[in-house]
Design a protein around this ligand. Structure first.
Ligand code: TXA
Ligand code: MG
Length: 339
């Protein structure tokens, strides 16, 4: 398969390009497209064969369900068997936006999309290209992040091509995605609601709208729970570069020690690195605020991974509500074993 790339304006997407992409989706093809979080790998969510194509292209285990992207609340309600009050309030507050809601599914949602489960994750993305594409396709779009399974998600078109070129029909290239980390996933099919994956919407923001939620094991940065899967098919090693990655506090010492041993080291630091780094050290200074850090993290990991270094060392950012998703992704990137 040859992958075609179309450049598209992130704010005012060309209707002809969207129509072409929509046609491909309706015919059962695969289209990678930008959202406000990361690039997604889309297929018609109501077409079992098309959705199965996503799993094949990504090498994704069939027990890991997909998020279905919708144009609005009306379309979401058609896919859910029940629409609780909390779904009303959260969608009114956060959609379009980086929040996925897990709800009981209606029969029209194919089993392959939900990995055989009775619930479906729904999200309305805040990106003109994603919304335009859903409208052009005329169907909801199932889309995981557009990367090979367990790898680092794609925040730029070139990341998509590096891992999926030749495996998908079309890539809509709208430049870097603004958010940089995946959506928050909240399970509303249980009571009380549960946080399944921290993301750009913080648990505190969710609680301000629907009251107390529970964190399922492993969904927050608790070392004691490391390794416990909290979402079907969720593995601990995820969002991970090929290069071994470690996180720490005294990273300045650690990287100079590694360099003295002759190792080639990538370094994500929060303080300005030396103007002339020692031989073998590849420093990247990261933004000191959570929003900026989130937007930059995956591109930084892709850059360092491409250098085929011996080690990546990450200076741990501050703790706190705003940094939950960053800590979650760093912990997963550092995990060495697959479950
Ligand atoms: O920001 C995002 O969410 C991006 C963009 C493309 O929208 N998508 C994304 O999809 O990150 P993916 O497939 O990489 O991650 C989806 C997560 C997985 O952890 C999956 O297990 C969970 O959502 N999930 C999906 N459906 C679920 C369900 N029915 N029940 C529980 N967890 C579910
Ligand atoms: Mg993913």
């Amino acid at each position: 398969m040859k992958t075609k790339t179309i450049q598209i304006d992130p704010a005012n997407p060309d209707p002809a390009a969207l129509a072409q992409a929509g046609d491909i989706l309706r015919r059962g093809g695969l289209v990678a497209f930008p959202t406000e979080t990361v690039y997604g790998l889309g297929a018609n969510a109501l077409d079992s064969a098309a959705a199965a194509g996503i799993f094949a292209a990504k090498g994704r285990p069939p027990n890991n369900p997909l998020i279905v992207h919708v144009a609005d609340v009306r379309q979401a309600k058609r896919l859910a068997a029940a629409w609780p009050d909390a779904a009303d309030r959260l969608s009114a507050h956060f959609w379009p936006g980086p929040l996925s809601l897990v709800l009981a599914k209606c029969p029209e949602v194919p089993q392959v999309v939900t990995a055989g489960g009775e619930t479906v994750a729904l999200r309305c993305p805040a990106h003109a290209v994603a919304l335009g594409l859903i409208a052009a396709a005329g169907v909801p779009i199932a889309a995981p992040s557009a990367n090979r399974s367990t790898g680092i998600s794609a925040t730029r078109a070139e990341h998509v091509l590096t891992s999926l070129e030749g495996r998908i029909d079309l890539l809509l290239d709208a430049g870097p995605t603004p958010g940089g980390l995946e959506s928050t996933v909240i399970d509303l099919a249980v009571s009380p609601a549960r946080l399944l994956r921290p993301g750009l919407v913080t648990p505190r923001e969710v609680e301000a709208v629907i009251g107390g939620i529970e964190a399922s094991p492993g969904a927050v940065d608790e070392p004691a729970n490391a390794g416990v899967p909290r979402s079907p098919g969720m593995t601990e090693r995820h969002y991970a570069p090929n290069t071994p990655l470690e996180c720490g506090h005294d990273t300045r010492l650690r990287v100079s020690e590694l360099c003295r041993q002759g190792r080639r080291v990538g370094w994500l630091t929060l303080t300005p690195p030396p103007v002339q780094p020692p031989a073998g050290l590849y420093p990247l200074e990261m933004p000191a605020d959570a929003t900026g850090y989130s937007a930059a993290l995956y591109a930084a990991l892709h850059t360092l991974d491409a250098l085929r270094l011996d080690q990546i060392v990450v200076e741990l950012p501050p703790l706190g509500n705003d940094w939950l998703a960053v800590h979650d992704r760093l912990r997963r990137a550092a995990a060495r074993t697959e479950e």
